[in-house]
Design a binder for this molecule. Structure first.
Ligand SMILES: [Zn+2]
Length: 478
């Protein structure tokens, strides 16, 4: 791995801490830099850079298939049999499946999940061109750096390296990368259906480690075991209209406004699942604000606790972890300053708690809106689905922990429920447990996924390779 020209001091210290921890763990003074897998480290960076340069964005010129072919080439050059790698064209995109057959082909596979595509980026908004990868100050910059070409490259190279050692997994290990996760998720759905009998999904596009803003030391790591489902509803009121000098009792704008105000003020039933229960219990120990920490503990003990709810609901980062949330996000109505509106409509975006159906959320909105003239329609079609939380499985959690501690050292681990959706949604909907399990650490101030100047610290490569190899071995040892 070419080291960055100017590595921030804090990162050098992190390296040093890892080196000391590793040296202590092996209890041997002979641990040398040469024992690190520098070839694999260089390959990760090469793949991440080359694939960032491929504009795998929905629409004309989508290069998702090129990304898949680059990954295929890397595996084949590393000795992975070509017939075990598929690059499958799908409409304007493609998806990627590489299979490593296990000793028992009928035991469910371990799926390593990521995606080839990225969210579009307007070069005019970026300091650097989003599709020209740049390594500077210890970071790799470019669209897809953190979401998710770096992690996809890292997990792929780690798996290749493990296979090159001659290791025999007890069950199949499958690298399955979708081609439209950021948009329609059609390939995500196809892949999940193909692997509906899988044992477990490790989604490298999920979970993260957090580094201290000042010291750069690891603070804690979160894995992700649940996601809220995303859905948009269109709310509409229509009236016959007329001249504004002759007002009628009904008014589409006023009727819609009343309904939206009631919806905005509404709070859905608070609830907990395995993952959010563990989150509140463990996050309470790290929370610096004593009121918030007390509220987290009280909510974990009783999700109906009124004081806990008051505190958690007043925090925009926490309210979504307590329940389904719905908010008006767009509005449109009327056609002339001097005419009664014939139509007023709005979009209400909901983040649905795992296990709740879209139909029940829609029915609740209708009751809360309490406006007979209002129609509510589901706008999301096939691009979303409802999915339960994955179980808090101690065997999986133990494997994550051992692999992470081996790579980064001991630290608090917090399970998370994400408020957005990833490919995990399609697996969970079919009953396959899926966990966001990336070991990539960054400062909160470095997180620009989907945003401008997206970047990832490249000192994640070395521990990341160690983490994925240990995790895969742990989950597939005979
Ligand atoms: Zn992503």
């Amino acid at each position: 791995m070419p080291l960055p020209q100017r590595m921030p001091l804090s990162m050098s210290l992190t390296y040093f801490a890892i080196y000391l921890a590793a040296a202590a763990a092996f209890a041997t003074p002979s641990l040398r830099a040469e024992s690190f897998d520098t070839g694999a480290e260089a390959l990760v960076l090469t793949l991440a850079k080359e694939t960032i340069a491929m504009r795998s964005v929905r629409g004309p010129g989508n290069q998702s298939a090129d990304v898949a072919n680059r990954f295929r080439q890397a595996l084949v050059e590393g000795g992975w049999p070509a017939q075990e790698i598929e690059v499958i064209p799908f409409e304007e995109t493609a998806y990627f499946i590489a299979t490593w057959p296990g000793l028992d082909r009928n035991a469910g596979a371990i799926i390593i999940s990521a995606h080839l595509d990225v969210v579009d980026a307007d070069p005019a908004d970026w300091t650097r061109d989003p599709f020209t990868p740049v390594v500077e100050d210890g970071y790799l910059f470019g669209r897809g750096a953190s979401d998710t070409k770096f992690d996809a490259s890292l997990a792929l190279v780690a798996t290749l390296r493990l296979r090159q050692t001659g290791y025999q997994p007890s069950r199949d290990i499958v690298i399955a990368y979708s081609g439209d996760e950021e948009t329609t998720m059609a390939t995500s759905k196809v892949i999940a259906e193909r692997f509906r009998n899988a044992h477990l999904v490790l989604n490298v596009d999920g979970a993260s480690g957090t580094l201290d803003e000042t010291t750069g030391e690891p603070l804690y790591w979160s894995w992700q075991g649940a996601e809220k489902s995303y859905i948009d509803y269109r709310l509409e009121v229509t009236n016959p209209g007329g001249h504004s000098s002759a007002p009628r009792e009904d008014n589409a704008i006023a009727q819609l406004s009343g309904a939206l105000s009631r919806i905005a003020a509404h709070r859905f039933e608070p609830e907990l699942n395995d993952i959010t229960l563990a989150y509140f219990q463990q996050a309470a120990n790290l929370e610096k604000d004593p009121h918030k920490a007390a509220a987290m503990r009280a909510f974990a003990a009783n999700p109906k606790d009124p004081e806990a709810l008051r505190v958690l609901r007043s925090d925009p980062y926490l309210i979504g972890r307590t329940a389904t949330t719905c908010v008006p996000t767009m509005i449109e109505g009327g056609h002339a300053p001097n005419a009664l509106p014939q139509r007023a409509s709005a979009v209400v975006n909901c983040r649905v708690f795992p296990g709740r159906s879209f139909e029940e959320v829609q029915a609740e909105l209708a009751v809360v809106a309490n406006e007979p003239a209002l129609t509510i329609t589901d706008m999301s079609g096939d691009e979303t689905t409802q999915a339960p939380a994955s179980p808090y499985n101690p065997a999986f959690v133990g494997a994550f922990k051992r692999a992470l501690y081996g790579a980064w050292g001991e630290m608090p681990i917090i399970p998370m429920q994400a408020s957005g959706a990833s490919d995990s949604m399609w697996y969970r909907a079919l009953g396959v447990p899926s966990y966001g399990a990336s070991s990539t650490f960054m400062k909160e101030s470095d997180d620009f996924s989907h945003g401008l100047n997206e970047r990832v610290p490249i000192n994640n490569i070395r521990p990341g390779l160690a983490y994925y190899q240990a995790l895969l071995q742990d989950l597939t040892s005979p």
